[in-house]
Design a protein around this ligand. Structure first.
Ligand SMILES: [Zn+2]
Length: 337
């Protein structure tokens, strides 16, 4: 069996991670270091896990970042771990929240401080701030106003707004995202994680800059022909998170994952981890999974990374730099293409 990558770890393809939630990305070692994880949960190693473990880990990770010091430590660790996995560009997303002893403003400032303090030169980090879809339109707009203020304060760092949270609850409010767009924020929206044809169509017609998951769009994967046709006209890049979908059982298996339709029709997509800590994955592993299940060549895998540059919210100069880094890697590692 051919395993991706065939290189020593230091030569893994350089990757871009565009869909990673801060809390769900906390590794078991970080949770243990923060004294938040005992040995009763999260010991699984494969996708044959139980969903109770997944929910427990989300709760544990959420509790782990309740104080400023823990949040600072955890954010730094997440960034370092992505850098160790050869991620050269990371868009980290998180829902601003308040806790006893930490205001929403302090939450955002702490995450910004953590990003600024890592600065290893190995990884470029941007932030997306999330709106919780379970909140009312008024509440979402209130949080958005705060995000707009922070985007003006840290324009090179806070790039966009995300819509996430329990996909079976709450709603997408177009007006809120129109306002975000008007204020120069990029939009990345979790879409079609569960079947919800009407909302999926509304989101696709709004044409966000990227869609998260995009599971129930294609007719063979629970979507509909009509939605698929609308999607194909818009060609919005989809952030595909295979392990997350298989563990959450919205995809039956890796082999039956909807990413293959995007590959077949050369539609825009990137590979992402979603919650690398909770799902016990890494971006290299996601690439390996795609290689094994859909028989892609090294060059094709490299192109997924290269296309991700275009879909990212980096500045034109930063994109140029990222392309340069990727091309250098290719020249060294895939000479006979
Ligand atoms: Zn997500």
């Amino acid at each position: 069996m051919s395993f991706w990558p065939l290189f020593p770890k230091s030569d893994y393809v350089k990757n871009l991670e565009l869909h990673a939630h801060l809390n769900g990305s906390l590794s078991r070692s970080t949770l243990k270091a923060l004294g938040c994880l005992d040995n009763t949960i999260g010991t699984y190693q494969t996708v044959e896990t139980n969903l109770d473990d997944v929910f427990s880990l989300f709760q544990v990770a959420h509790k782990a970042t309740r104080t400023i010091d823990n949040l600072l430590y955890a954010t730094r660790k997440v960034i370092e771990e992505f850098a160790d996995d050869n991620v050269i560009y990371l868009e980290l997303r998180t829902t601003p929240r308040s806790e006893e002893g930490m205001s929403t403003e302090e939450y955002i400032e702490t995450v910004v401080k953590a990003v600024r303090s890592v600065g290893s030169g190995k990884i470029l980090v941007k932030l997306l701030l999330s709106l919780d879809r379970r909140r009312s339109m008024e509440k979402q707009e209130e949080v958005l106003d705060l995000i707009i203020g922070y985007k003006d304060k840290y324009p090179d760092l806070i790039k966009g707004v995300d819509l996430s949270g329990d996909p079976s609850k709450g709603a997408f409010f177009k007006q809120v995202f129109e306002k975000a767009r008007k204020h120069g924020l990029y939009t990345a929206i979790h879409c079609a994680e569960v079947k919800n044809d009407e909302e999926v169509k509304d989101i696709i017609e709004f044409k966000p800059d990227r869609l998260g998951h995009g599971t129930f769009i294609h007719p063979q994967y629970g979507g509909s022909l009509n939605i698929w046709e609308v999607y194909k006209q818009k060609e919005i890049p989809v952030e595909c998170c295979l392990t997350s979908n298989v563990i959450c059982k919205t995809s039956k298996s890796y082999k039956q994952h909807h990413v293959q339709e995007w590959i077949k029709e050369s539609l825009p997509f990137c590979l992402s981890t979603d919650d690398k800590g909770v799902f016990n994955t890494s971006l290299s592993k996601e690439f390996q999974v795609v290689q094994e299940n859909f028989n892609l060549t090294q060059e094709e895998l490299w192109k997924i990374s290269k296309n991700s540059v275009e879909y990212s919210f980096a500045s034109p100069e930063e994109k140029q730099f990222l392309i340069f880094e990727l091309e250098q890697w290719r020249n060294k590692n895939i000479p006979n293409r």
